[in-house]
Design a protein around this ligand. Sequence first.
Ligand code: PHE
Length: 291
Amino acid sequence: MNEETHVHEHPPEGASSDWTIPQNWDAYSDEEHRVWDTLFERQAKLLPGRASEAYLRGLDVLKLSKPGIPDFEELSERLMKLTGWQVVAVPGLVPDDVFFDHMANRRFVAGNFIRRADQLDYLQEPDVFHDVFGHVPMLADPRFADYLEAYGRGGLRALELGALKQLARLYWYTVEFGLIEEEEGLRIYGSGIVSSYSESQFALEDPSPNRIRFDLKRVMRTDYRIDDFQQNYFVIPSFDELLRVTVESDFAPLYAEILDQPDIAVAELVPGDDIITNGTQAYAKAKAAQM
Ligand code: PHE
């Protein structure tokens, strides 16, 4: 999840000035490839009927079911033909402007390391499984591909307008933790959900979290948590509608308006919310009681 606060200012040794590094695919051990395969199998079973059509189509057309950690060059070749995106390796988190600049140029930055076999369920930093399995299938969708490119440009602009926090929330509640309402029901498309065994069930089936129809200003005012399951999920009606209210809209006046308004706390509901699930928050309450 690349939008967290970034620490370094200069690329580390061995990285290019744009912070990219070689993926070094040949260096992965058999054990590391096995970690990918284990994670892949577990998620692939869980996602039909849970993940959005666009995500499942991406998984399929990019041939991500091929065993082992994907080779970014091969993956980029497929992706390039579909939507003009590439996947490039970086050594963990990169500065915001670097992250946005890559995105604005249709380069998706991905970590090249993979979690250890004893960390299958939980990891603070985005590894290659989260970044590739979680994010890349959506990049095969032409609408989502346009959305992320525009987001990259919007990020550079938000830096100038002092609205990074507001724009990062939009990323969080769409790219990372978004839900969509499809004909058959709610589906997940956010990469933080689709790459997580437990959250891909929690986000759809658990009575705890709020599920609220997406409203741009509301989302940009809403805090989020990075340490546990979300307490709010925002539901878009379609990708076309998401693009209509983001790509085709000028955020400058919007930022000016909401920067004066109070933030909305994680589990709070506010007047005007179009609520699908009024969550019990039982999960978060039980967690808090343990502390
Ligand atoms: N339209 C936004 C702006 O004017 C940029 C943006 C596009 C942000 C798509 C997010 C997603 O800044």
